[in-house]
Ligand binder design. Sequence first.
Ligand SMILES: *Cc1c(COP(=O)(O)O)cnc(C)c1O
Length: 388
Amino acid sequence: MSDRPIYLDCHATTPVDERVLAAMLPYFTQHFGNPSSISHVYGWEAEAAVKQTRSILAEAINATPEEIVFTSGATEANNLAIKGVAEAYYQKGQHIITVATEHSAVIDPCNYLKSLGFEVTILPVEKDGIINLNQLEKALRPDTILVSVMAANNEIGVLQPLAEIGELCRSQEIIFHTDAAQAIAKIPLDVQAMKIDLMSLTAHKVYGPKGIGAIYVRRRNPRVQLAAQQHGGGHERGMRSGTLYTPQIVGFGKAVEIALEEQKIECDRLTQLRERLWEQLSQLPGIHLNGHPTQRLAGNLNISVEGVDGAALLLGLQPVMAVSSGSACSSVTTAPSHVLTALGHSEQLAYASVRFGIGRFNTQEEIDKVAEYFISTVQSLRQQATFV
Ligand SMILES: *Cc1c(COP(=O)(O)O)cnc(C)c1O
């Protein structure tokens, strides 16, 4: 393992924690039952395990277990939230509001609805990546049925003011959805205090397995309706049919349980590592921090570098560190990140950008090694550029 590059791409995904894997394993072979089988012990023990994760997730966000609907991840949860609300409420209105820096799993379902005749307002963000609440308030209309604003951004780590957004939406009886894929068990989330009606979650960004997520669907004050996007056996109160994937669900619960237990300490540790990395990198001239300096995820550092080609920089860094520019989800294209462009960066600067996602298994020695190599790589690329 040690000769492989240092992994600093924790916004793309994280390794499964050994403790999570250990909790999952018995559910592949021993407790393999179908949680919907109600007539024997195989079903009961699987159902008990699923129930436990439901409780852990509910407690993590101050919801009730009945309000948790399992999905294959946050992409599916976002699709279910946005298309599910559109289909259930289109007679009330056909206007949806979201934000320019959202994940493509929010932007694309909104664009799809637009192609069906819905109207979509895409709010800009301020230079620091945070939305302007006055602008949001002005965008709300009598026919607005949904506001979708993410909790924590996957590229620049910026945290949106959920409680203020929730307050605005609730006062006008508009459903508020938040994509909390990057936020769950990393920052405090409370669907009551923040007046959140729908929340998308995923396991693989918090050291759980890939392929499992959930959506919180508010049942009271107000009760939110979602039109199912996948039909079948009527699982998950009819909102998402399909046999529950017990091992993944067990892993999801364990991952969130651990992350919550360690949340405070880990947040402080990651903040320290992030600051240490930034202190060193910012000694280079022509380096810019992207996003709000403090209102961001502890493990996120996103910077733009002047005077180097973005692709050349990433190529130069590859032997020592696994980082990315923009998000993994859109990295098939070489276009500048839509998130950085939304901050008002020129295309050139948006392109020469690097996202560091520091996580649970990174050490201070790794951070120092990364900083040193990063600085020398930028310096040599800049030198080469002057000789051309
Ligand atoms: C990773 C991510 C997603 C997609 O989640 P999957 O579980 O991989 O489908 C959606 N939104 C945000 C903000 C993300 O970071």
